[in-house]
Design a binder for this molecule. Structure first.
Ligand SMILES: Cc1cc2nc3c(=O)[nH]c(=O)nc-3n(C[C@H](O)[C@H](O)[C@H](O)COP(=O)(O)O)c2cc1C
Length: 393
């Protein structure tokens, strides 16, 4: 097993995660929808831009801190909401929240988390957002909003791209279900990963910690996440519901899953203070545009009235530099820290954050800028696709 100290980029952490996790679990983390075109394009759309550095500027002191939706962060990267993190490592969401707080970064807790809102709320004083969906039962939505407020979450993040569950074919082939259902194939897979298995058996299977017991039992009965989400999420949700939620919350509010200029402008109009440009890491609608490909039109439409956050495909400091040069306020990502979590719990998430922070620091020096707000349009050029991107990750 590769030691964390020998992981020098996020891809090294991915390889370490792949070794430690059963294939079924790694594929659930790593995979995307259908043919995984959006998943690949999220990465490769960063390569379609080049950077243009400033020469002979004083970069003896680099200040990477900035503000996102009114919150000070040590560098512009937010930890995206990801459900059921205890499935990757027994330390789960607690490790992620602690590592984010230590790094001075915002952690957005998923409503499908395996540790409760209250536990995470009271665990750290770091900046925290709560991610919410629209359930059929609106009283559940109301209760989530008041629980998030009481547990000191500073902002709400509404995910709008899960009208139905994406077609994650790796999970279908692997028979991935939560709670885990033992098949002969899975037993073999688990036996090859004794470390993960030992912790799962001794610490107990993760469950959806935020849901009331009656829904918890629904999720158990239906077996797969797809069935659970398709039965509980409201497909008739519209802008009216989003507007109602923004009013109900009454504070900083981001909408996650926006991919066009018109929707971004509409989100601002109903009171959103953050626009998260995202295709859910390529896990929902395959062939959905990559965040970087639509970022310029969204920046134009928003015109500085809300903070724009790019979510998906960020693996390098240069990816964050490119997003900011095109007008984003921050980058955001899920897999980078989940690879770290899977490889080594709290230490692994911290390693992931250190890698990104060190890269960003070095990249700013080499770009010739000492402050985040000095990164601008003059530092980036579009380089249209010249080669097909690889089919296999
Ligand atoms: C394992 C996993 C679980 C996720 N669960 C959620 C979730 O519960 N809520 C949500 O809004 N997004 C969820 N996402 C999407 C992430 O918030 C984010 O949009 C995505 O990971 C960004 O792409 P990246 O992984 O390339 O950074 C999940 C992503 C992964 C990989």
């Amino acid at each position: 097993m590769r030691k964390l100290a020998n992981c020098h980029d996020i891809d090294d952490l991915r390889k370490a995660a792949k070794k430690r996790l059963p294939k079924t679990i790694f594929d659930f983390l790593d995979g995307g929808a259908d043919d995984e075109v959006s998943l690949r394009h999220n990465r490769y759309s960063f390569d379609q831009y080049t950077l243009v550095p400033d020469a002979l500027t004083d970069v003896s002191k680099i200040n990477m801190s900035t503000e996102v939706m009114g919150q000070k962060v040590s560098f512009p990267f937010i930890l995206s909401p990801t459900g059921m993190s205890r499935i990757f490592h027994h330390e789960g969401e607690k490790a992620v929240a602690r590592a984010a707080a230590k790094a001075g970064l915002i952690y957005s807790l998923s409503s499908n988390s395996s540790v409760s809102i209250e536990e995470i709320g009271h665990l750290t004083t770091g900046p925290k957002w709560f991610q919410i969906y629209v359930w059929k039962d609106r009283s559940l939505v109301k209760s989530f909003i008041s629980r998030a407020r009481e547990a000191n979450f500073q902002a709400l993040c509404l995910t709008i791209d899960v009208q139905v569950y994406g077609n994650r074919q790796r999970d279908l082939y692997n028979g991935m279900a939560t709670p885990i259902q033992l098949t002969p194939k899975l037993v073999l897979d688990l036996a090859r990963h004794p470390n993960w298995l030992f912790h799962m058996l001794s610490k107990g299977q993760p469950n959806l910690a935020n849901l009331p017991s009656e829904l918890g039992s629904v999720s158990k009965r239906v077996g797969s996440r797809a069935k659970y989400i398709n039965s509980q999420f409201d497909r008739s949700v519209t802008w009216k519901d989003a507007e109602w939620m923004i009013k109900e919350w009454g504070g900083p509010f981001a909408i996650k899953g926006i991919l066009n200029a018109q929707d971004a402008a509409r989100a601002v109009k109903i009171g959103a203070t953050g626009i998260i440009v995202s295709n859910h890491g390529g896990r929902q609608l395959d062939h959905a545009a990559s965040p970087m490909s639509v970022l310029p039109e969204i920046v134009d439409a928003v015109g500085g009235r809300a903070d724009i956050i790019v979510d998906g495909g960020i693996r390098r400091g240069t990816d964050i530099v490119k997003a900011i040069a095109l007008g984003a306020k921050s980058g955001m990502g899920g897999r980078p820290y989940l690879y770290g979590l899977s490889a080594g719990g709290f230490t692994g998430v911290s390693r992931a954050m250190n890698i990104i922070s060190d890269e960003l620091n070095r990249d700013m020096s080499l770009l010739g800028v000492d402050k985040i707000d000095k990164i601008g349009a003059r530092h980036i050029r579009h380089r249209p696709e010249q080669r097909p991107y690889p089919q296999n990750l």
